[in-house]
Design a protein around this ligand. Sequence first.
Ligand code: GLU
Length: 368
Amino acid sequence: MTQHARQSGHFGRTTVGLALAITILLLASPAAAQNASNATLARVLVLGTGGTIAGQASARAGNAYDSGKVSSADLIAAVPGMDKLARISAEQISSIGSQDMNDKVWFDLARRIRAAIDSNEVDGIVITHGTDTMEETAFFLQNVIDTDLPVVLVGSMRPSTAIGADGPANLYEAMRVASAPEARGRGVLVVLNDTIHGARWVTKTNTTSVETFRSPDAGPVGYVDTGSLRFLQPAAPAKGAKLKLPEAPPLPRVDIIYSHANMDAAPIEDAVKRGAKGIVLAGVGDGNSSKAAIDALAAAAKQGVVVVRASRVGSGFVNRNVEVEDDKLGFAVSLDLNPQKARVLLELLIANGVTDPKAVQQAYGATP
Ligand code: GLU
């Protein structure tokens, strides 16, 4: 992307306002949008959900901003050169900060993506999204969307009105990935800060840095900038059956219980009382917890609550039957999935009727 596009002023409110008129002309009519570009370009559907990438400076003091104020169509129109990458259409699914991401938006996204793929409308999908829960949405979609086409989530750490806004470059690079044949067959991807991550491995690691996304156990799957797109490995064929999306939200309730020193059984007993169908332990170390907590989890498992041990550590694989007797107590382990992604998978498994600990373990991955 050009220097011009990287300057925050060109992505500010004035440009966004001017761009709005152009965008309405271009995007109000799908035919007009398609004529605007070369018919050989990939067709990419952009689905907006909100987030900081769509954030604007707030009237509140300091560097406060409000998420999800700018539509995805406006975001696209404010980035020069996008029309050279793909034939782009844009739709708004929601306008929320991703701290408010929820089952309804997930279902709406999954259904729209499936419909676009089934009707051969698209060659790739870009989803604009807040970074806070981006990894959860990416992993949810990875589990319910069966396609080789690129599905790429993108966000930014700085709002569109900030000095040095990172949204324009990120959006341009996400479009580059979504329109590239070599991005096919790689599952759902996350693109930020010139880096491409896979949905299973990516996680947000820094509260404010533009270099926040990392894949601690696997590393990135590739790199992208305005001049190049590089994947580090050949695409791997999709493996494993996808999970069925239930008829309607909500997904079954699964609570994450965070383990810590001096932990008692109360949070686990409360979760069971509140009707949790599953519990993910964000355990200390290798997914461990106090004797009181492990005993309470064992009691919950006996009552039919599905228990999965994950770790609060941030990297590494949780091992079965090392310090905790998983076979005896009826627990599964999340392996490399962090607690928030282990929760997404458990919600989907329970919704699909998979509750037997051995079958649940199989879904998280084979253990040595
Ligand atoms: N809370 C915002 C969100 O997730 C901030 C994070 C961001 O988008 O970068 O939508």
